[in-house]
Design a binder for this molecule. Structure first.
Ligand code: SF4
Ligand code: SF4
Length: 124
């Protein structure tokens, strides 16, 4: 885990991304989403560094997917540092962020609260 890369604007974990050897995150221009990403543009226009700092109950752009939605809600409640700590511990215990392509152990959820509980405990 490259903790220094932190969490993207949309909540995705740049620190654990399988592409992070050639992409430094949202503001590096390296993210494949840069051209089309609603959340990157919208948060920048609002002067926010991350969507987790936004008070809107938002389902736009990347928030149609459970992983950015759950990670953002986690960071909103407990803070980015706590999120990074949990992700680091879970990785040590064998949880894989990108197992096949960009799909991994945090993607197999239908419910945001269940995903948040998994991030916190590392247990399903
Ligand atoms: S999808 Fe958008 S917000 Fe998410 S990492 Fe890429 S550019 Fe950043
Ligand atoms: S409105 Fe949505 S996309 Fe825009 S900054 Fe807020 S949470 Fe992010």
């Amino acid at each position: 885990m490259k903790r220094e890369l932190g969490i993207a604007r949309c909540g995705l974990a740049c620190c654990l991304c399988s592409e992070n050897d050639r992409c430094g995150g949202c503001d590096s221009g390296g993210c494949p989403g840069t051209q089309w990403c609603f959340n990157r543009k919208c948060s920048a226009e609002k002067g926010l560094s991350h969507c987790y700092d936004c008070e809107k109950d938002c389902k736009e752009g990347m928030f149609s997917k459970i992983k950015p939605l759950g990670f953002t809600e986690f960071a909103r409640r407990y803070g980015e540092s706590e999120l990074l700590g949990c992700l680091e511990r879970n990785e040590r215990n064998g949880v894989v962020y990108h197992r096949e392509g960009i799909i991994g152990d945090y993607d197999d959820f239908d419910d945001t609260e269940a995903l948040i509980a998994f991030i916190r405990t590392g247990k399903r």
